[in-house]
Design a protein around this ligand. Structure first.
Ligand SMILES: O=P(O)(O)OC[C@H]1O[C@H](OP(=O)(O)OP(=O)(O)O)[C@H](O)[C@@H]1O
Ligand SMILES: O=c1cc[nH]c(=O)[nH]1
Ligand SMILES: [Mg+2]
Length: 211
């Protein structure tokens, strides 16, 4: 497993506003979108391309286009939905699958309530998006769904990760797949309720309200 932590003053600035409990939902949504755009640039660095002939106004040349099978972006609902537009804006030809997962706040187990993924992911580059990697339970289950369908190349884009969750992911994945985590920051620790500290609270609630 590879970990890439964004090291950029704009990321750090936007993340600080996101953490602030006074930041309203509309501003929070906009900042998540802006941060994803910055992270997606790094996350898509190894996206596969193939040559394509291009006629410029004055010459023939060879360019590139994103190769088939097309990449698959998978937001983990709810909070991951706030990161989808930023990904598809950079990769408009990507296809989109969906996973609806909710962490049981008592047991911390990830429960899957929606699953709309292609049956066969052999050879597809997959991009999982979810703002928070806390205990790692949700992403372990999500990565397993992709690997079980044949995916071997998975990039996870998160805003915040806890060291505890990164360790769980690394131990779980082993050599079963080629997994890269791109994250805006690795925070300090989890509290007794498995919330990321200092964190930003419940990402889903801050994006969409408490339901
Ligand atoms: O690493 P973990 O300990 O599994 O926790 C992380 C998960 O918790 C949050 O989702 P939540 O369960 O709150 O669902 P929501 O997006 O609907 O709010 C977050 O968006 C991750 O999916
Ligand atoms: O800090 C946390 C942990 C899990 N899920 C969140 O939304 N925030
Ligand atoms: Mg939530």
């Amino acid at each position: 497993m590879r970990l890439h932590v964004a090291d950029h003053p704009l990321v750090a600035h936007k993340l600080s506003v996101l953490r602030n409990k006074e930041t309203s939902s509309p501003t929070f949504r906009k900042l998540v979108d802006e941060l994803v755009t910055l992270l997606a640039y790094e996350a898509t660095r190894d996206v596969r391309t193939e040559p394509v002939a291009v006629s410029t106004p004055v010459a023939e040349t060879t360019g590139v286009k994103i190769a088939e099978p097309l990449p698959l972006v998978v937001p983990i609902l709810r909070a991951g939905l706030g990161m989808l537009d930023g990904m598809t804006r950079l990769m408009p030809t990507a296809e989109v699958g969906f996973l609806g997962m909710q962490r049981d706040e008592e047991t911390l187990e990830a429960i899957t309530y929606a699953n709309r993924l292609p049956d066969d992911l052999t050879g597809r580059q997959c991009f999982l998006v979810d703002p928070m990697l806390a205990t790692g339970g949700t992403l372990v289950a999500a990565i397993d769904y992709l690997i079980d369908r044949g995916a071997r190349d998975v990039t996870v884009v998160c805003l915040l990760a806890a060291p505890e969750g990164l360790k769980v992911l690394e131990d779980h994945i082993g050599d079963r797949g080629d997994v890269t985590i791109v994250v805006a920051a690795v925070d300090d620790h989890l509290d007794e309720n498995a919330y990321i500290i200092p964190g930003l609270g419940d990402a889903g609630d801050r994006l969409y309200g408490v339901v």
